[in-house]
Design a protein around this ligand. Structure first.
Ligand SMILES: C[S@@+](CC[C@H](N)C(=O)[O-])C[C@H]1O[C@@H](n2cnc3c(N)ncnc32)[C@H](O)[C@@H]1O
Length: 228
């Protein structure tokens, strides 16, 4: 049994790698994640190639904390059931699997059950953001941190010494991120649904209330803080 875990980029199907495309295209079995309301990875792939001839299997990853071991083992059994039938398949995931990809919770259990797994990198949301804002994430001897919004405040004592701080899952923490970073002279970039149809990019914003659109931002929001 073989599974390829493929990063499909931040939204624009043109940002899926050629290798990712070829593997999805040739696979008869596609696992896709759902978390909140969106099956975003699936909607990206659907815009690139027809999926009618494929078995699509939803894997629900709850957006809550705590011990989810039972839930993970349930998902693992479902994956194994399908892999026993199809022998190989792909799991698609948003951005690059290297960052906050919940599939990694299943990884050790699947390996234990004899599944051979390979990861195919994708373009992360903040790599795409860096390009669209025309700013580097690192230059020369710069150091970069990537953090989830909920750790931002707690880690600020350490974070303030980085040259670039990428904050993912930033939605509920935007005000404190922007206000704190501005005080220390960072330029603040906010990206909402980067490379998707309803993308909003706010460059070098001065304060949180700079744009009322911010109030409507959902989970797919990130910030890049770059030392000025
Ligand atoms: C679970 S993490 C997954 C990150 C993903 N693996 C990546 O490489 O970008 C989800 C967070 O990524 C960020 N994100 C993913 N896609 C995005 C997009 N198109 N625009 C802005 N932020 C995005 C948001 O901060 C969101 O809360």
């Amino acid at each position: 049994m073989r599974l390829r875990v493929i990063g499909v980029g931040p939204g624009d199907p043109g940002l899926i790698t050629l290798k990712g495309y070829q593997l999805i295209n040739s696979s008869r079995l596609v696992f896709y994640p759902t978390g909140g309301k969106d099956a975003l990875a699936l909607s990206i792939v659907k815009r690139l190639l027809p999926l009618d001839d494929k078995e699509l299997v939803e894997l629900h990853f709850p957006m809550k904390k705590g011990s989810l071991k039972e839930h993970w083992t349930g998902l693992v059994s479902l994956i194994i059931e399908y892999l026993q039938k199809y022998v190989e398949g792909v799991f698609i995931t948003l951005g690059d699997p290297a960052y906050y990809c919940t599939f990694y919770y299943l990884f050790p259990y699947l390996v234990e059950r004899g599944v051979e797994i390979k990861f195919i990198p994708g373009i992360s949301s903040f790599s795409a953001g860096s390009s669209l804002f025309s700013i580097p994430l690192a230059l020369g001897e710069d150091i970069v941190a990537v953090v989830p919004g909920e750790r931002f405040k707690r880690e600020w004592e350490r974070l303030q010494f980085f040259d670039t701080i990428v904050v993912l899952k930033a939605k509920n923490y935007l005000r404190e991120i922007v206000d704190t970073a501005k005080l220390k002279g960072f330029k603040v970039y906010v990206g909402y649904r980067i490379t998707q149809e309803d993308e909003v990019l706010l460059s070098d914003i001065e304060n949180f209330s700079v744009d009322e659109k911010v109030e409507h931002f959902d989970y797919f929001t990130l910030t890049i803080l770059r030392r000025g």
